[in-house]
Design a protein around this ligand. Structure first.
Ligand code: NCD
Length: 348
């Protein structure tokens, strides 16, 4: 057994076969415990609502002030992007966020690096640290891997999506989008989203986006409805947090919702599951007809990548109520704030 495997926190199962339950959450990191750097963001559950408010406030400031004000905030600091899975918006926004704060970045992907030769996550992390990396942004297909990297390197690690576990920066950018579209203050508390119902629909089982959102939004008073067929939404999902309900009937869920978040079917994780796509589309696609009939004013969200014509139609994705591009732009602001927090403690 490698040292990496020995000291890893028990990750949720990686295999997509024989899945009946939403995997158990990885342990909550405590600041500085287990050598984890307090600037790390491994799970959305590690942040208090005050910390969420500070990150949102910093994101707001960085997004609205002239670039010249923060162009040297992370002057020459070294940030490594370590990606074991494909990514467009998460990777690019982290990279552009780092560069717009003056940092140097380097990208290591599982293709064309020594990872292909079998190098472990621990050794890759230690190599990046030896080269001067001061922060690592990690996307990995194994749930729990950011905890291992943070423990082994002592560097601030930002979780850019780990397996079927979490995607905390996505939950923060989604929150920034919801607050600004609903005209709510960025200083959040447990009542900020009182009376707001958010329906998350689709492949909940495999979605780290759904999990991070479901762990965050009810803490602000939102009611979260998870909606999807039983293969993609096991009944245990209701236990993720208080304030969550399950609904199999998308029309009934839409009728109650002010916000609807659509998810891609994660074909790469479907092993062993049989999904009749035509039937899925009939029951769970967000299209004009359904939207007009049941939620004509709802805010439409999608973390991307979208499969147009499957979970969402082009008319809806490009329609006036769609916040999908705003989500992407908000990713840049949130990730600037997370990098500043990781490397300066949040002072900007
Ligand atoms: C998601 C991811 O990778 O978890 N995308 C993203 O980061 N915006 C969702 C997906 O892959 O469907």
């Amino acid at each position: 057994m490698s040292a990496a495997t020995k000291s890893a926190p028990k990750p949720a199962p990686k295999s997509a076969s024989k899945k009946t339950a939403i995997p158990a959450p990885a342990p909550k990191p405590t600041a500085a415990a287990n050598g984890i750097h307090p600037g790390s963001l491994l799970s959305i559950t590690q942040l208090s609502l005050d910390e969420v408010s500070s990150i949102l406030a910093l994101a707001d400031k960085l997004a609205n002030e002239p670039l010249s004000k923060h162009a040297e905030l992370l002057d020459n600091r070294k940030i490594a992007l370590l990606f074991y899975e494909s990514s467009t918006r998460t990777r690019t926004s982290f990279e552009l966020a780092a560069k717009s704060l003056g940092a140097m970045t380097t990208l290591v992907s599982d293709k064309s690096s020594s990872i292909e030769k079998g190098e472990s996550l621990k050794d890759t992390g230690l190599t990046l640290r030896a080269l001067g990396a001061e922060c690592i942004i990690l996307r990995h297909n194994a749930s729990g891997s950011p905890y291992l990297l943070a423990q082994q390197t002592g560097l601030p690690v930002l979780n850019a999506g780990d397996g079927m576990h979490e995607h905390p920066s996505q939950a923060l950018l989604d929150l920034r989008t919801i607050l600004s579209r609903l005209g709510k203050k960025q200083a959040v508390d447990e009542k900020t989203l009182d009376g707001v119902t958010i329906c998350i629909t689709g492949d909940i089982l495999h979605s780290r986006v759904a999990r991070s959102n479901a762990l965050l939004l009810p803490r602000l008073g939102a009611k979260v409805i998870l909606c999807g067929p039983s293969q993609l939404l096991p009944p245990e999902a209701v236990q993720l947090s208080t304030g969550i309900t399950l609904e199999r009937d998308f029309d009934a869920a839409l009728k109650q919702s002010q916000v609807v978040m659509m998810l891609r079917i994660q074909k790469e994780r479907l092993a062993g599951l049989q999904i009749d796509l035509a039937d899925y589309q009939r029951q769970f696609q967000l299209n004009d007809e359904r939207y007009a009939a049941y939620a004509p004013n709802a805010l439409v969200m999608h973390p991307g990548p979208m499969i147009r014509g499957l979970e969402i139609t082009a008319d809806i994705a490009d329609g006036p109520q769609s916040a999908i591009e705003e989500q992407v732009s908000n990713g840049l602001a949130i990730r600037m704030a997370l990098l500043a927090r990781a490397l300066t403690g949040g002072a900007a």
